[in-house]
Design a protein around this ligand. Structure first.
Ligand code: ADP
Ligand code: AMP
Length: 213
């Protein structure tokens, strides 16, 4: 099963994608996590991506698409995957379609986690991320067992630079301009499914499982 998670930054794509990956036994692929790992390891790709990410802008398609296509070509992706944070532009979606149709494959579901902008800023300021294993928490809604420490790997939790209030506003603007048109794109293909992302994370997951089967 091949699934795309759509939604504003902070809508809960990563939270849900992780649970989907566990339940269906498919890899969770987050382009944001791949960029952050590259930044941490000081790679050339990481250095290029950082300048855009810090400003709340999208990393250019030419860097992002090749990185993602390379990843979904790996053997662990043969039975499917859940994409979190990709595609984020129409050209990215078209490139993905082109690559998949070349292999006689297609995306099965595009799940839009719908959360209004007013809820987003609050979510993002409370988000704490583990830069080592990619786990995310929320100080109020989904706190770690020990404050500031990742439950999964014991590393320090941080407020991401791009989760600061002023950058979040920019990311929301970028989302509406460049990513939201994908809702129409996948509606036309007949694979868009919308879930109410303002519910408790377990209820959001229940709605998604109801769709995926
Ligand atoms: P995205 O991947 O879409 O950017 P995340 O999954 O990282 O979003 O979620 C953003 C923040 O909101 C995180 O701190 C996460 O723990 C929290 N969160 C996710 N889902 C919910 C929910 N249903 N209710 C409340 N908080 C949530
Ligand atoms: P995320 O972890 O999904 O919130 O992504 C964090 C940041 O990484 C985004 O604000 C972008 O700067 C960059 N990024 C992640 N995925 C993409 C993508 N598909 N296209 C362009 N930039 C991306």
């Amino acid at each position: 099963m091949k699934i795309i998670m759509l939604g504003a930054p902070g809508a809960g794509k990563g939270t849900q994608a992780k649970m989907i990956a566990e339940k269906y036994g498919i890899p969770h692929i987050s382009t944001g996590d791949i960029f952050r790992a590259n930044i941490k390891n000081g790679t050339e790709l990481g250095m290029k991506a950082k300048s855009f990410m810090d400003k709340g802008e999208l990393v250019p398609d030419e860097l992002t698409v090749s990185m993602l296509l390379d990843r979904v070509g790996k053997p662990d992706c043969k039975d499917g995957y859940v994409l979190d944070g990709f595609p984020r532009t129409i050209p990215q979606a078209e490139e993905l379609d082109k690559a998949l149709s070349g292999r006689n494959e297609e995306i099965d579901f595009a799940v839009d986690v719908d959360v209004p902008d007013e809820n987003i800023v609050k979510r993002m300021s409370g988000r704490r991320a583990c830069l080592k294993c990619g786990a995310t928490y929320h100080m109020e809604h989904i706190p770690p067992r020990k404050e500031g420490v990742c439950d999964s790997c014991g590393s320090e939790l941080v407020l991401r630079d791009d989760d600061k209030a002023e950058t979040v506003q920019k990311r929301l603007q970028v989302y509406h301009e460049q990513t939201q048109p994908l809702i129409e794109f996948y509606t036309r293909k007949g694979i868009l499914k919308t879930v109410d992302g303002t519910q408790d994370m377990k209820d959001v997951f229940g709605a998604i499982v109801g769709i995926l089967g």
